[in-house]
Design a binder for this molecule. Structure first.
Ligand code: ATP
Ligand code: MG
Length: 587
């Protein structure tokens, strides 16, 4: 039966969790003690790629599979830690031979596959700042990011280059080298001004002396999702390795023998922090799927690859829900022992769906491009309160705050809605917004980093997402979080996805308008329109429920799967759409 809490029973925990999540365990935590799990470079310093790959390649996990790459046609290729180490060394040697110095920016525009991993890891070994981009980006977002990041090297495939980069190349004077490969097995033909990666790799040495990086050396540049405006470039450092390692262990509960799958693309920070780095740092085997989302394919991967830990996102879960329980029932998920989700609020419906269809509840967690790693999570040992993003991880101090008029902060009590803040520093904290240092500084008040998200904490210490401060609706003195309204709409069997926005209203300030996409088998009609509004009123009360509702075939998302409420609002009000570079399937 569905209730407010999902208990955990011993049978739900097939392996003992890495962290028991008791107050005692929380107090016993220290970053210094956890840092002993990192090796450091032989001559001192720290390098993310060395920690992720080389130290395992030199130790007892050298033959352990690091990556299991699935191609689009059902083939698979396993790569051990030793192989990944030599290949990424070759890539680093290619950069060195081309005269690419530490600190230069390497952009990686690749479909998910081996080259993407070699680019990121080899680039880090050479001391470059690596910036992975979504391969689905069109020329404009690519140009903007390469220009802002002053990319001097680009790794991409021949076909992506011809379609997306060749036309903008002239406008990228800082771009000195373009390395190409062929991804469909055909012959590589390098257009003028590009170089053949396979040829350079074949000529390169398998040994590489890693650049002298330290915990504070810049490592990765990640652009935010652009959900609330123009994407910002968040700069991270090699020391982030410690956050990735600790959160991989405690929030994702990775164990030595896990078969782990992070279904996020590295164009989004989740796909890098948890699709590349965290599992490798822990010496675990990762599945890398080159294909695109397809419900049957994804169920097939979970089953056939015997995935034990899966990290995914609410949009993917909603798409699986839409595909129906019958498809899921044809698959066996007995190997799966932990499922986590990030990126957007996870509606209680989705948490329960996991329990009923996959046999496991879905564990929501919260973080941002800026935080570099998971900050608040439902860990395996915790009771789940569906709809809550969980509790701060060890080493993370969170608070709900309000900005005071004198520029200071007020820490708010339990149950009061305010801005979610984190006490700095933590290892994976971003170090600046590229080209916007002042904006970066504005994120901090004293020791606190302000996330821009509104939330509340309950008496048990669980955090509940209310909305982004930009999306929150103020109606007749009430503060309405879109998440609460959307979750109520989602309880109706006809609704597969919902987004709500505030519409200006002379009397009330704002009123709530909902947009919904329907499940297969349901058709938009006036009767359904009234029924949904009635359902929301019954669940939420008239003050919070939407006053208007529109049906849409689908809702606009960013490429990282987030609802773009600002776009719905701009369209509704006839305002400019703003930056749409991260919009998925632009029409
Ligand atoms: P931009 O900053 O460019 O507007 P973005 O904030 O969507 O884009 P990301 O850094 O990819 O870019 O996303 C972080 C945001 O995603 C968080 O600030 C939060 O609003 C949302 N988010 C992430 N995880 C959760 C979660 N578990 N529950 C609710 N919201 C979440
Ligand atoms: Mg953001």
């Amino acid at each position: 039966m569905r209730g407010p809490i999902i208990e955990k029973y011993p049978r739900d925990l097939r392996v003992a969790p890495n962290w028991l999540d008791t107050e005692q365990a929380r107090e016993a935590f220290s970053w210094e003690a956890e840092a002993k799990a990192l090796s450091g470079l032989p001559d001192g310093g720290l390098n993310l790629a060395y920690e992720a790959v080389d130290r395992h390649a030199q130790g007892r996990r050298r033959r352990h599979v690091a990556l299991r790459i699935l191609d689009r046609n059902g083939g698979r290729c396993d790569l051990s830690y030793a192989q990944l180490s030599s290949l990424s060394n070759r890539f680093a040697n290619v950069l060195k031979r081309l005269g690419v110095a530490p600190g230069e920016r390497l952009f990686v525009l690749c479909n998910r596959g081996l080259e993407l991993y070699l680019g990121v890891l080899g680039g880090l070994k050479n001391g470059c700042v690596v910036c992975p981009l979504f391969s689905a980006f069109g020329p404009e977002p690519i140009e903007t990011r390469l220009r802002l990041g002053e990319g001097s090297v680009l790794l991409t495939s021949e076909s992506l280059y011809r379609r997306k980069v060749a036309g903008i190349r002239e406008r990228l004077p800082a771009l000195r080298h373009v390395l190409l490969y062929e991804e469909n097995g055909g012959a590589l033909e390098c257009p003028a001004g590009t170089e053949s990666l396979p040829r350079l790799l074949a000529e390169a040495d398998e040994d590489f002396a890693i650049a002298a990086t330290t915990a504070e050396t810049p490592s990765l540049l990640h652009f935010t999702s652009g959900t609330t405006g123009t994407p910002k470039g968040a700069l991270h450092v090699h020391g982030a390795a410690l956050t990735h390692l600790v959160t991989g262990k405690y929030a994702l509960d990775l164990h030595d023998d896990d078969l782990y799958w992070c279904s996020a693309d590295p164009g989004w920070v989740t796909g890098t922090s948890y699709g590349i780095l965290a599992p490798l740092l822990l010496g675990v085997t990762s599945v890398v799927d080159s294909g695109e989302f397809d419900a049957e394919r994804w169920y097939g991967i979970l089953e056939k690859q015997r995935v034990s830990v899966w990290y995914t996102a609410p949009t993917a879960i909603r798409l699986l829900m839409k595909a129906g329980a019958e498809l899921a029932s044809r698959h066996n998920f007995s190997q799966l022992r932990f499922v986590a989700s990030v990126g957007e609020p996870l509606n209680p419906e989705a948490v329960w769906w996991g329990k009923e269809v996959l046999g496991l509840p879905i564990h929501d967690n919260w973080w941002q491009t800026e935080t570099g790693g998971i900050m608040i999570a439902n860990t395996p040992a915790m009771l789940i309160k569906p709809g809550s993003m969980g509790k701060p991880l060890p080493g993370v101090e969170a608070a709900i705050v309000a900005r005071r008029d004198d520029g200071g902060l007020q820490l708010l009590e339990d149950e009061v809605v305010g801005e979610l803040a984190l006490r700095r520093p933590w290892p994976a904290m971003f170090r600046t917004y590229l080209g916007q240092e002042e904006r970066y500084q504005r994120c901090f008040v004293g020791d606190w980093y302000l996330s821009g998200d509104l939330a509340r904490r309950d008496a048990d210490g669980y955090y509940w997402f209310v909305g982004r401060s930009d999306d929150v609706i103020k109606s007749a003195g009430h503060l309405i979080g879109p998440f609460e309204v959307e979750s109520a709409l989602l309880e109706h069997p006809a609704v597969v996805e919902a987004a709500v926005i505030g519409m200006p209203d002379e009397l009330l300030g704002e009123t709530v308008k909902a947009f919904v996409a329907l499940n297969s088998g349901f058709e938009a009609s006036e009767a359904l329109h009234d029924e949904l509004l009635g359902h929301a009123r019954k669940r939420l009360g008239a003050a919070v429920a939407p006053k208007a509702l529109a049906f849409l075939p689908s809702l606009p998302h960013t490429r990282s799967g987030k609802l773009m409420r600002r776009l719905l609002k701009a369209r509704e009000l006839g305002l400019p759409e703003g930056d749409t570079s991260t919009l998925e399937n632009p029409t």
